[in-house]
Design a protein around this ligand. Structure first.
Ligand SMILES: [Zn+2]
Ligand SMILES: [Zn+2]
Length: 325
């Protein structure tokens, strides 16, 4: 196992140290269990002749040895064809190693940001980076890094996040409760829960009600889901899952004050609320003035339901209407 010490570059997207990003990997699919394997080759690429002569690649899943000295495992072949000293087996192994080593494009490379081992094509060209002359981060990570440097959102992106907010609002319509602000101030001692700065109930622009579990994850605003924050603190909190914003001690305190479910708000990763009326939300979203808008709406809500894993909560007729059954 290589070191996994993490460093931060200027963009704030972490590169992982110890990744041999100058090196080539050969990838092969096990002939026995059909699962993927990666073999670190280093900076000197193999020729197919060398590979078939010298390589002994063990499947890390099932242990099958890939070498021209191995019998083939194909049960539906005649035994004699599987035998390592048959011409069929030899030609098979020659092809097997040729696939993995013939061209620079046959090789794979490890991204030092997401750490995935990906095909050559997943990296942009960069002369001088080892035998593959590819960049050290994959094109997905490159895209993310570029987005940090140039964070302008596209029109389409803005539209999509508006759609998502609108759908979340529709799912939660009728589930949100009016918050008694005086009571909220009382419970939080008229202080910002994060910074402890005193807040004045009459200066409306200086404080905000935090949706502890965000509506983004389909939690309605209720007494036990509301915290008092200063305007600034709330701007930092926004749609963040509570454990990504509050410390452990704050989460415990928050559960004590509000009655929120401590296990849920402390969960490391966001948990989507499935305890909502999905069908009503879908019906609301599909109420359009112009019938011609309907196909677009259906497409939009279908995607969201899949992302939120809410398809199973749909009634039969809605499933059918959206083309899920
Ligand atoms: Zn295997
Ligand atoms: Zn990557």
């Amino acid at each position: 196992m290589m070191a996994r010490r993490k460093t931060v570059n200027i963009t704030g997207i972490k590169r992982v140290e110890g990744i041999p990003y100058h090196d080539a990997w050969a990838a092969f699919k096990c002939v026995n269990c059909k699962r993927m394997n990666y073999v670190l080759i280093g900076q000197e690429l193999l020729s197919p002749d060398e590979a078939v002569e010298n390589c002994v690649w063990e499947c890390k899943h099932c242990g099958f040895i890939h070498s021209k000295e191995s019998d083939l495992p194909f049960e539906n072949w005649e035994d004699e064809y599987n035998n390592y000293d048959s011409t069929t087996a030899l030609r098979f192994w020659e092809g097997f190693f040729r696939i993995a080593t013939e061209h620079p494009e046959s090789y794979w490379k490890q991204c030092n940001v997401c750490t995935r081992i990906l095909p050559f094509q997943a990296f942009s060209k960069h002369s001088g980076w080892g035998p593959l002359e590819r960049q050290m981060e994959c094109r997905s990570c490159k895209g993310a890094i570029n987005a940090v440097l140039n964070p302008k959102r596209s029109k389409e992106q803005l539209h999509e996040s508006a759609v998502r907010r609108r759908i979340a609002d529709l799912f939660l319509e009728g589930e949100n409760e009016a918050i008694d602000i005086e009571e909220l101030f009382e419970r939080f001692g008229s202080r910002c829960f994060k910074t402890k700065a005193p807040l004045d109930i009459n200066k409306r622009s200086t404080w905000a009600v935090d949706h502890i579990l965000p509506s983004k994850y389909l939690y309605p605003l209720k007494k036990e889901n509301a915290a008092l924050l200063s305007k600034n603190a709330n701007e930092n909190k926004r749609d963040k899952w509570p454990s990504k914003f509050y410390t452990n001690n704050e989460l415990i305190e928050l559960a004590r004050i509000t009655g929120a479910d401590l296990k849920l708000i402390s969960s490391r990763w966001p948990i989507m609320n499935h305890n909502i009326d999905v069908n009503k939300g879908v019906e609301r979203y599909l109420q359009v003035r112009e019938k011609s808008d309907l196909p677009k709406r259906i497409k939009e809500i279908k995607k969201i339901l899949q992302v939120y894993k809410l398809v199973d909560s749909l009634e039969k007729n809605n499933k059918k209407l959206l083309g899920f059954s």
